[in-house]
Write a protein that binds this ligand. Structure first.
Ligand SMILES: [Zn+2]
Length: 144
């Protein structure tokens, strides 16, 4: 049985807790076991998910985006993410106030669209500075 705690999955049956410390230790153990079972692709996805959010926000600030369109755009950049990942991600970004949902006809079909809100644009502005800083640090040798 798979349970959820703090956004992460863990194996319920492996948790026979007596006190909080033991529970925490078992939680970490079961999480490690679960991570071991994940594919490299799934593990790396967690590493890049912030970049994916910024990528989405970047495009949503230019013009409204929709699920399938952004899946294709991310694919173009080497992110192989399916609707099961991207739709909850868009929803999460809407709930955090960075995106606003709307609707539009795209290629003859009504699509749910997302556009960056004022808060999303502000967050993007700050994020751009951080990306620049990280970029410069990561490519220090190549840039000088
Ligand atoms: Zn792009």
């Amino acid at each position: 049985m798979i349970g959820r705690l703090g956004g992460g999955e863990f194996l319920m049956e492996s948790l026979h807790c007596c006190n909080l410390e033991e529970f925490a230790a078992q939680f970490v153990l079961s999480e490690k076991r679960l991570i071991k079972k994940q594919s490299t692709q799934k593990r790396n996805q967690e590493l890049y998910i912030g970049l994916v959010r910024l990528h989405v926000l970047h495009h949503a600030a230019q013009s409204p985006i929709f699920g399938l369109g952004i899946i294709q755009e991310l694919g173009r950049h080497g992110y192989r993410l399916g609707p099961g990942t991207v739709y909850p991600l868009l929803h999460g970004m809407e709930n955090r106030g960075w995106l606003r949902a709307g609707s539009a006809i795209v290629d003859g079909r009504r699509r749910k669209t997302y556009a960056a809100t004022a808060a999303g644009r502000r967050a993007l502005k700050t994020a751009r500075e951080r990306v620049r800083e990280l970029y410069e640090e990561m490519f220090e040798d190549e840039l000088s």
